[in-house]
Write a new protein. Structure first.
Length: 222
């Protein structure tokens, strides 16, 4: 009788273990989902310094890893997607095809850096704008309702990360198509708005050419 009881208990334990194991086994549907292959898009943004632009529209550059790269910019030229021009020694940002053989968008980073302003759209009295700096740093110019955090070029677009007043310190990321970039003009837009900036001119310092006459002993004579 004891042997029969032990055998029954052992069978129950085995059955329970198998049942628990079956609960953790993926179903046929789960197997199908787990077997799905996910592909990660390659990073096709290239940062570097322009060395030479050849007549056949081949650009030679040194990327930030120190590697020499040759890439065609013909398509970018034909589609008007070269922003800021290509000059020897300038830092440039390229959005290329997957094989990194053809540039789709070119942004002249050297040209992009600086202070960009426009008349205040509310009353036009003051200038407001943004200051784009090295290292992905961006700051607002006379903008009290928005605090900029970072900038970068993503797939040829300008990405701006900011925090708006009353937004609960939650970061907001916006992407803009760059329409025009020259030494004096920066225009970009999203689906709703177009922003037209001019490069901020240095403030004039009055009296900088005024020379003061040196004091003499007679000036203090009584």
């Amino acid at each position: 009788m004891k042997k029969l009881l032990v055998f029954a208990l052992s069978a129950a334990v085995i059955a329970t273990t198998c049942a628990c194991g079956n609960k953790n086994q993926p179903t046929e549907g789960n197997n199908a989902a787990d077997s799905t292959e996910y592909t990660v898009e390659p990073n096709t943004t290239i940062y570097g310094v322009c060395l030479e632009l050849k007549k056949d529209s081949t650009l030679s550059m040194i990327n930030d890893n120190g590697d020499s790269i040759s890439i065609s910019v013909r398509l970018a030229f034909e589609s008007g997607r070269i922003m800021g021009g290509i000059n020897k020694g300038d830092r440039i940002i390229i959005h290329s095809n997957a094989k990194k053989t053809e540039a789709l968008n070119v942004v002249n980073q050297t040209m992009l850096l600086g202070n960009w302003t426009m008349p205040n759209p509310l009353d036009g009295s003051d200038e407001v704008g943004i200051s784009i700096k090295e290292g992905g740093i961006v700051e607002g110019i006379e903008q009290s309702t928005i605090s900029y955090r970072t900038w970068r070029i993503v797939d040829g677009q300008l990405e701006l990360v900011s925090i708006r007043e009353g937004g609960g310190q939650e970061e907001e990321t916006n992407y803009y198509d760059i329409i025009k970039l020259t030494k004096d003009s920066l225009i970009f837009k999203d689906a709703d708005d177009t922003f037209e900036y001019g490069r901020q001119k240095p403030r004039e310092t009055y009296g900088k050419d005024v020379k003061l006459e040196e004091a003499s002993f007679n000036d203090f004579a009584i």
